[in-house]
Ligand binder design. Structure first.
Ligand SMILES: [Zn+2]
Length: 448
């Protein structure tokens, strides 16, 4: 007798779409069959629904522990589950993981507080390069590196960056690099403040495309020279991909990450919404969304993640545009917003599965436990109703942010059931899973 079966589903993987039934035993996929095998304690009839592997969001900030008035793991992971995300890779800048002890403490803290599976990212500080191998061996999934002093995390200068990359390459670790040149953003800030600028236009001028381009070019070159595998975080415009491709052609092992705010917001929104569209690098010109979508569809961009970094409305509107936190909530709205693009014919559901589930799992060594529907994989599954019409509303947002930059957006398509290792955590669009269902992820494949 199986624990759970999902029958009559339209199963959508990164490669195929077919009709079938999934039988789940002990939290893993035990069988995939054309017709139901029968004999399960619980059955979900998925007739008319699409079944996809759960999304793997490699870039979220749940602020827990540290700034739990902004977000915490209970709210953040519940928001993830509602949004069809079954695994999150989390880091909190205000309480960075820098040592094995901090890593273990945080794992213990989060166990019992997450509705979905989770992995942790460690921050790389210039003085901690000797800790990186031990952190990786302890189970850290990613290293976060900054080329600018942002969110309280120090920049790595070129010497430190080069040594960090060499060290991470030595054990074939993975890193996510925030690319904005520190000297350029600093210079821009000083000049804007000297001119007493305090309007919303400062965001784009301060965090300029040039600052991003220079940092990406530098990081991409260093990735090639050191042999590290690196992901360029939150690419805001298409020229960044040209810079990445230049070094990929020479052998650099680089991946490109995009986030929904670059697909659904632009520089006009930044001016209009101010603090509610303040994130960095910022959204660029109106033509960039389509260009980035083309780069997703031709494979130049391999990863989608949310960079979920919430603040409450009150926090966003306290102080000047310079003072308020960067970042947007996004973990619960990203898949629905992508389903709108699917329904508009701008991307296939299979490509969404590749970008937001299979590829992050592969890059991080979690595949084939995560990111796919195969026998033996964790039963992390999401049922989608692609014809469901609904509207994103601030009052429905589960994240502690309590608002969404996409408030008022009419959606076609919604995740309706979310399953984490065989546990139903979302049913009929409401969270039913307890915090504590989520467990720490383990790398399955040695990256080397
Ligand atoms: Zn981030």
């Amino acid at each position: 007798m199986f624990d759970l079966q999902v029958i009559n589903a339209t199963i959508v993987t990164s490669e195929n779409t077919y009709r079938g039934s999934i039988s789940i035993q002990g939290g893993v996929i035990a069988a995939i069959s054309e017709i139901p095998l029968g004999n399960a304690k619980q059955t979900i009839d998925a007739n008319g629904l699409q079944l996809v592997p759960g999304m793997v969001d490699q870039h979220v900030h749940f602020m827990d522990p540290a700034e739990t008035e902004r977000e915490d793991f209970i709210h953040g992971s519940s928001a993830a589950a509602i949004g069809g995300v079954t695994t999150v890779i989390e880091h909190t800048h205000a309480a960075p993981v820098r040592s094995v002890k901090a890593y273990n403490d945080k794992i213990n803290h989060v166990c019992g507080r997450s509705v979905v599976d989770f992995g942790l990212t460690a921050h790389v500080f210039p003085e901690d390069l000797g800790n990186l191998k031990a952190l990786w061996d302890s189970g850290v999934v990613l290293f976060k590196i900054f080329t600018c002093t942002t969110h309280g995390i120090p920049t790595l200068n070129n010497d430190e960056l080069f040594r960090a990359f060499k060290e991470i390459a030595s054990f074939d670790g993975r890193c996510l690099v925030h690319c904005e040149d520190d000297a350029i953003t600093e210079g821009n800030e000083q000049r804007l403040k000297h001119n007493q600028r305090c309007d919303h236009g400062i965001i784009s001028e301060w965090r300029s495309e040039t600052a991003e381009d220079i940092a990406v070019a530098n990081v991409a070159l260093m990735a090639r020279l050191t042999g590290v595998t690196a992901t360029i975080a939150h690419i805001s415009h298409s020229f960044v991909i040209d810079l990445i491709k230049r070094e990929q052609a020479e052998g650099a092992k680089l991946y490109a990450e995009v986030c929904p705010q670059y697909l659904f917001l632009n520089d006009k929104d930044v001016i209009e919404k101010g603090p509610f569209a303040k994130f960095t690098p910022p959204a660029r010109g109106t033509d960039q969304s389509n260009k980035l979508l083309d780069l997703i569809n031709d494979g130049s961009i391999q990863l989608l993640s949310t960079d979920h970094a919430p603040s409450t409305s009150e926090q966003k509107t306290t102080g000047t545009i310079w003072d308020c936190n960067f970042g947007l909530p996004g973990v619960e709205t990203t898949l629905p917003m992508m389903l709108n693009l699917v329904n508009e014919g701008k991307i296939t559901l299979q490509r969404v599965v590749q970008l937001f589930s299979e590829m992050p799992a592969k890059v991080l060594g979690l595949y084939p436990k995560k990111g796919c529907i195969v026998v033996g994989a964790d039963a992390d599954l999401v049922l989608l109703d692609l014809s469901r019409k609904w509207t994103i509303k601030n009052e429905d947002i589960i994240s502690k942010a309590g608002w969404s930059p996409y408030h008022g957006t009419e959606c076609t398509g919604k995740p309706v059931v979310t399953i984490v290792r065989g546990n139903i955590v979302v049913e009929n669009g409401s969270v039913t899973g307890n915090p504590g269902v989520g467990a720490p992820v383990k790398r399955v494949l040695k990256t080397r």
